[in-house]
Design a protein around this ligand. Sequence first.
Ligand SMILES: *Cc1c(COP(=O)(O)O)cnc(C)c1O
Length: 341
Amino acid sequence: MAPEVLAAMNEAAAAFVDIRILHSKAGEKIAQLLGSEAACITSGATAGIAVATAACMTRGDAQKIIQLPDITGIPHEALMLKSHRTLYAQALRVSGARVREIGASSQITIRQIEEAVSENTALFFFVAAFEQTIESLPLSEISKVMKKYNIPIVVDAAAELPPIKNLKKYIEQGADLVIISGGKEIRGPQSSGLILGRADLIEACIANCSPNFSIGRSMKTDKETIAGIVKAVELFVSKDYVQEMKRWEAMVSKIVETLSPILGTHVRRGFPKEPSVQPAVIPRVFIKPTSSTAQELQSRLMMVEPIIYTDLQADELVINPQCLEDDEVSLVTEAIIGLLK
Ligand SMILES: *Cc1c(COP(=O)(O)O)cnc(C)c1O
């Protein structure tokens, strides 16, 4: 978090506020900054999944909100592609929804999606990171079907920043709600998240969110977090991403240059092809050690001090510069050289 974000949180900590007013006003401010119709602040993207699900199930009906997770008489199916199933999707079930997976891997067709729709359908859940996989279908095609039946689409785009235009892209492709993590590229508090999108559904999200008595009451967003995420979004929208991309490129070049001469490694710059920690637009370093497997190198990097967390793609180790400070690059290269020797 930037010092300005910490300062905003500090200031909030010393103030008495009406948390309901703060929560909705802060949502309005964030919607304005991000060019969204409306916004709801949650205690993380995963809490956002739980709250958005409750919103789609109840549509803000006060009686239904306190009835959950008892689903009697409430549409309760969350449809999703089998290939999009992540462990975060467990949050769909918090309010009693049943997850209905569609399509056995690569056989998926739009027709199967249409056949899965029934009067029990509450929402369609789509994970942006998986859209490019062969077992997926384009959001815009899925949305044509869902619009026909008036079923909201919730897109988990938790890690899909940058670019900022992604926020509008999913809406243009038919998303009704888009969920973003506050603690990733936005660099807000770790336990913050945003739901962006349709005003009527956001109103239902707020009704299902802390401090209102609902499923979301146990996922509280405190005033410090609310103040912090507002400030972080302010800084995020004014950030120069041309410059930031240059900084990431420079870090990648530096790592490639430093490791290339080391015997027993193949090092290259590239972009991830498999869904993992996104977004895919940030360049990565791919390392293929020859004296050990990439997996062995990854586990050994988890044992150095400080721990260095890397990713794997096929038989290569992947370094994402997104969370690195400039002066941490040498820490990474020195640790890898040490282990390879
Ligand atoms: C990171 C991530 C989440 C979880 O975000 P939190 O803010 O930590 O809850 C959910 N879905 C996807 C796709 C993610 O990448």
